[in-house]
Design a protein around this ligand. Structure first.
Ligand SMILES: [Zn+2]
Length: 755
């Protein structure tokens, strides 16, 4: 666990000696033994709070996103009054990039047509600083006007036919190329101009680099990159089966980090405590390597503003878990759109207030800093204002309890980024496993939902962060079909299990190397005690037969059959681990038989000796391997047997160890437990809602009392337990290091502080 002192040391190292930190590590598959700033440990140096970068202690952020016309009418003082009423630490306001909101002298930096004689950014900067808020200049590096295309054709992305790429909705703007001097000359010139004229504390770029797909541009710079570094033009879409894509992926990530580091250096030329903030996010659906991004980012901003369609409500908490997995306690913010960023999007009306509250609550619960965002300086809809102010003033009133030192979870879920980004079942472009690309996250989603229902306290660990210092914090590691793992990833997992850690893994975990090269067996087969054959074709109406009783089968006493996973790897037990107990196969496969018509619905092979699960025990370590995709099948079918099987298995993995925190009661909740500066905090998010899996949440449905057991440090006497949202003391008892209390009920969100 990273200590506060290490955190301070790491933060200040980032601040004062940027050159001392080499954020580059060998790419996935060979994580560096010293991967990232969090590993910088200074044992004998205690740094004062004043020496931390200012953004390390920031707890509330806001943003007014100006449009080109705003300089005509913007009322600076009333806006600054509003943002100050939210007790913000930092405010983001538009500096420039696409549009300059000040009288810039940088050529081809387009001044707002409506700027007139005003220096709007200057007025805003002075007013922001006068109210004691930090100011971050919001920039956009992604588009510029046609006059720049004519003067600097080399700055812009090109199609195969050489034409520049206009913006889809605003076609007078053209997309700039990340490999061009626009990023290395023009943007730094703008940063320097703003930094010299105005008291800014940092710079944020909208839209770049993002965590999504790579772009493929055909400008002259990019063609040279393809020739010299890639070997050929890479495919336009994600395709890790293609060798040129693989090379381009690394070259692309290298360029992102190079630009990021260069901009960080530029913005700190005059102000050593300034910071460059890129635009990340993507929730659990990322393509770019977030671990590498986390190594260069001093501040991880997730531009993950809301959800649309059938996206689940916990999408924001998942964003927090991904970001925490790569930032190790360093600053993470998450933007909440106050406007209706659904599909379709309405920029100028408010989102449903309950949805906005739940998004901000997830941000805070998962240890991120809320960043409240409105577009346009002349709103006609004011409903969003009170929603943000009420939540932020409550946060401010309880601020010490949101200063987290560490997560208390003792279960880790491996975040299988490369599987989510690249997973294929064949070599054809459309061969995503499960038929569509979106399904690559369903394995994780199914496990996640089972953990919510089972009320397990857990963290994500990124597959490139499986260092012993990281995994050693956890009693069990859960792997939702990490099909694509490098030899090195597998070796780290093997060592974790050999050291007494428990493991759950599903389906094709470790079947392929980090780029999807088929190993034709499971690299972790020695750990699972399994040898893999082919993947059985996706099929419903297959079963798992209960052959013998086992703790993972508690609750299934009245049935001999459980629903079978839709996809499974045919496996046989190796039985080659003399040091361990023989593998147990209490569940066997009953293969598919017709589901229609009813006359034909009977098992042709009612019993096999093929394992549907393999359980091993070796000292403290317990290993459960499910050759089927029970996680994904649970998510897609909703059959609760599969969720219960996963929950029972997590319980069994612990052996006799008790979880550090438990919470019993009705309702679907997501929980986080943190050690905080003043003590401890238990966060409970109430998702019990008809709009849990389809937005927006319109109102809350309160849940009743929740019984909690919370283990505190040995010798720590708890003096008060307080429900911060209900604003009242909670009766409690303490028995040794176990504190017991009952949370009286939760409407939207509750934070119980133990001090
Ligand atoms: Zn280009």
């Amino acid at each position: 666990m990273i200590t506060r002192r290490e955190f301070l040391a790491a933060s200040s190292a980032s601040l004062f000696t940027p050159g001392a930190l080499d954020p580059r590590t060998p790419f996935a598959g060979a994580p560096s033994p010293r991967s990232g700033p969090a590993a910088v440990v200074t044992k004998d140096v205690t740094l004062a709070a004043a020496e931390q970068p200012w953004y390390a202690t920031m707890r509330r952020c806001g943003q007014l996103n100006l449009n080109e016309r705003d300089p005509q009418t913007l009322d600076v003082s009333s806006w600054i009054d509003y943002w100050a009423s939210l007790k913000l630490d930092a405010l983001l306001l538009n500096g420039g990039g696409i549009v300059a909101f000040y009288p810039t002298q940088v050529p081809y930096h387009h001044r707002s047509e409506f700027l007139g004689s005003r220096d709007l950014f200057g007025e805003l900067a002075a007013a922001t600083k006068a109210r004691g808020m930090r100011l971050v200049a919001r920039m956009d590096c992604n588009y510029a006007y046609e006059d720049a295309v004519k003067a600097h054709p080399e700055w812009f992305e090109r199609n195969r036919d050489g034409s520049p790429r206009p913006h889809g909705e605003s076609p007078w703007l053209f997309k700039t190329c990340m490999f061009s001097p626009y990023f290395t000359d023009q943007m730094p010139a703008i940063y320097r101009e703003i930094g010299e004229r105005y008291p800014v504390d940092g710079f944020f770029t909208n839209g770049w680099p993002s965590t999504g797909d790579l772009t493929v541009c055909h400008c002259e710079n990019c063609q040279r990159v393809f020739r010299e570094k890639v070997g050929a033009t890479p495919p336009d879409r994600v395709d890790a089966t293609n060798g040129y894509y693989r090379k381009y992926y690394d070259v692309y990530m290298d360029r992102v980090l190079e630009v990021w580091r260069r901009w960080q250096a530029v913005v700190t030329e005059k102000r050593p405590d300034s910071v460059y903030v890129g635009n990340l996010g993507g929730g659990i659906r990322t393509v770019k390597n977030v671990k590498r991004l986390g190594e260069v980012a001093r501040w991880f901003n997730a531009d993950h503003q809301g959800r649309g369609g059938d996206t689940v409500i916990w999408d924001c908490a998942q964003q927090g878990r991904v970001a925490q997995a790569v930032m190790d306690g360093r600053t993470v913010t998450n933007v909440t759109g106050a406007y209706s960023n659904s599909r379709p999007t309405w920029r100028h009306v408010s989102k449903a207030p309950a949805e906005t509250i739940m998004w901000m609550a997830q941000t805070a619960a998962s240890g991120m800093v809320p960043w409240f965002h409105w577009l346009g300086g002349a709103p006609e809809d004011m409903r969003w204002k009170a929603v943000g102010r009420d939540f932020f003033t409550w946060l401010a009133a309880n601020e010490p309890h949101f200063r987290n030192r560490r997560s208390i979870a003792d279960v880790a879920v491996l975040y299988p980024q490369r599987t989510i980004a690249f997973y294929r079942s064949g070599t054809q472009p459309r061969d995503w496993r499960g038929a569509e690309r979106a399904q690559t996250a369903d394995y994780l989603q199914g496990l996640y939902y089972a953990l919510l229902e089972g009320r397990v306290f857990f963290d994500f660990v990124h597959e490139d962060n499986l260092r012993p210092e990281t995994l050693g914090r956890y009693r069990a590691l859960l792997i939702p079909n990490a099909a694509y793992l490098s030899d090195n990833h597998c070796q780290r997992i093997r060592e974790y299990v050999a050291g007494g850690g428990s493991l759950l893994a599903t389906f094709e975990t470790s079947r392929y190397d980090e780029w999807g090269g088929d190993r034709f067996d499971l690299e972790l087969g020695d750990v699972f005690d399994a040898t893999a054959g082919d993947v059985a074709s996706p099929a419903g109406n297959s079963y798992m037969r209960i052959e013998s009783r086992h703790p993972t089968l508690t609750g299934f006493e009245e049935t001999a059959l459980l629903p079978g996973p839709e996809q499974r790897v045919a496996v046989r037990a190796r039985g080659v681990a003399p040091a361990a107990s023989a593998p147990l196969t209490p569940l066997t496969v009953v293969p598919y038989y017709p589901a229609f018509p009813p006359e034909m619905v009977f098992p042709r092979t009612p019993r096999t000796d093929q394992p549907a699960a393999l359980f091993r025990e070796n000292g403290r370590s317990r290993v459960a391997y499910f050759p089927g995709d029970i996680d994904r099948t649970f998510w897609r079918s909703g059959n609760p047997d599969l969720g219960l099987l996963l929950q029972n298995t997590v319980r069994w993995l612990r052996g006799t160890d008790r979880p550090p925190v438990s919470l019993d009661g009705d309702g679907i909740v997501e929980t986080f437990a943190w050690e905080t500066e003043p003590g401890y905090a238990l966060h409970i998010l109430n998702y019990t809602n008809p709009n849990m899996t389809r937005g927006f949440v319109r109102k809350f449905y309160a849940i009743g009392p929740q019984k909690a057991e919370f283990r505190v440090a040995a010798g720590r006497r708890i003096k008060e337990v307080r429900a911060l949202r209900a604003a009242r003391a909670v009766p409690f008892t303490q028995d040794g290091d176990i504190v017991r209390f009952e949370v009286p009920g939760v409407t939207d969100y509750e934070v119980v502080a133990l001090t």
